[in-house]
Design a protein around this ligand. Structure first.
Ligand SMILES: [Fe+2]
Length: 292
C-alpha cells in the first residue's frame, strides 16, 4: 500500500451552524465537541475530531485531510508532489494547532481545491459517546469516503494513484466519464471521482458508515419525518455493497449514511468494472414527500 493510510477529516464552512448541529448530532449520532457561533466540531470515534464546520458566508467543503503513517512518509510525499508539479507547503503552526495533528502538508488538487496530508492526529482519552447510539466504522479504515465532481478525471488519477499511491478498486460506467473508485486501506474506496458537467466541482458527498443497520434505519425514519431533505432513497451499491441513503446536509452537499460496506483484501484485490452504481434503490427525485 502507499503512504496514504486513510481519509482523516473534513473541514467545511456553513451559513447555518445550529441546523448542522441538529443534522450531525441529533439525526446522525455524531458527538458535539464544541458548538459556538463560530464552530461546530464533531467526533465520530476516539479522534479529537473528524468533522469541523465553521461559520461562514459560503456553504462548501473547504478541505479534507489524508492520513499518512509517519513523519518520514510525509517528507517522502512532499518530495514526490513537489517534483511532479504539485507545489506543497507545510502547515503553519496555527493550522497544525487547529487540526490537532503533528505535522501536515497543504496542496491544491487539479481543480484548485486545497487538500491536506497529515500524520499524528490527536486522540481523546474520554470515550466517544453518540447521542443516538451510533457506532461509526472508522479506525484504520478512516473517516469514510469522499466523492468528487472533477473537471477531468485524468489529472486526479495521476495525483491520487501515481503520486499519492492509492489503488484502483474499480470503475463504474456512470456516464461518458466512468466513476473512478480508489482505496488506501481495506475500505473498498476512500475516494471516488467523476466528471459530470451538470454537477458543481468539488465534494459531492461524504460517506460515513455505522456498525448497525438499525442505526441507518432509525436515522432514515427521522429524515422521512422531515429532519432534512432526502438526496436519495435507501439503496445498495454495487461496488462496495453499501446499504445507504443520501441526505442533503444543511450546506446542500450530501452525506451518504451507510452500513455494511465491503472490506477488501488489498493484496489480492482485482479491479473490476460495473455497469451501474446500485443493485437497488438510491432513487432520486420527488419520490417521497419528506415534508422537509
Ligand atoms: Fe458514496
Amino acid at each position: 500500500m502507499g503512504k496514504i493510510r486513510a481519509l482523516g477529516y473534513l473541514v467545511a464552512t456553513a451559513t447555518d451552524l445550529p441546523a448542522w448541529k441538529t443534522f450531525a448530532s441529533d439525526v446522525h449520532g455524531m458527538q458535539v465537541v464544541e458548538h459556538t457561533e463560530e464552530r461546530l466540531l464533531l467526533r465520530l470515534d476516539d479522534r479529537s475530531w473528524r468533522i469541523d464546520v465553521r461559520a461562514g458566508d459560503e456553504d462548501r467543503v473547504q478541505t479534507y485531510g489524508w492520513e499518512a503513517g509517519s513523519a518520514e512518509d510525509l517528507d517522502e510525499l512532499e518530495k514526490i508532489l513537489t517534483v511532479n508539479g504539485f507545489p506543497t507547503r507545510r502547515g503553519t503552526a496555527a493550522e497544525i494547532g487547529e487540526r490537532r495533528v503533528t505535522d501536515m502538508l497543504v496542496l491544491n488538487d487539479p481543480d484548485g481545491t486545497p487538500v491536506e496530508i497529515f500524520y499524528g492526529q490527536s486522540r481523546e482519552h474520554s470515550p466517544f459517546v453518540s447521542p443516538t447510539g451510533a457506532k461509526f466504522v472508522t479506525g484504520d479504515l478512516g473517516l469514510g469516503h469522499v466523492m468528487l465532481s472533477v473537471s477531468d478525471s485524468n489529472p486526479f488519477r495521476r495525483l491520487y494513484m501515481d503520486l499519492l499511491g492509492l489503488s484502483l478498486s474499480d470503475y463504474i460506467d456512470l456516464g461518458p466519464d466512468p466513476g473512478t473508485f480508489l482505496h488506501c486501506n481495506r475500505r473498498h474506496h476512500s475516494l471516488a471521482f467523476t466528471y459530470r458537467p451538470e454537477v458543481p466541482l468539488g465534494v459531492g458527498h461524504l460517506m460515513v458508515q455505522v456498525e448497525n443497520v438499525d442505526t441507518v434505519g432509525r436515522a432514515y425514519d427521522k429524515i422521512l419525518d422531515g429532519a432534512a431533505p432526502l438526496g436519495s432513497t435507501l439503496g445498495k451499491h454495487t461496488n462496495d455493497e453499501m446499504i445507504s441513503y443520501y441526505v442533503k446536509t444543511p450546506s446542500g452537499w450530501e452525506m451518504e449514511y451507510g452500513y455494511g460496506g465491503l472490506e477488501i483484501d488489498v493484496d489480492t484485490w482485482v479491479p473490476g468494472r460495473w455497469d451501474a452504481a446500485h443493485f437497488w434503490g438510491h432513487k432520486r427525485g420527488k419520490l417521497i414527500d419528506t415534508g422537509a
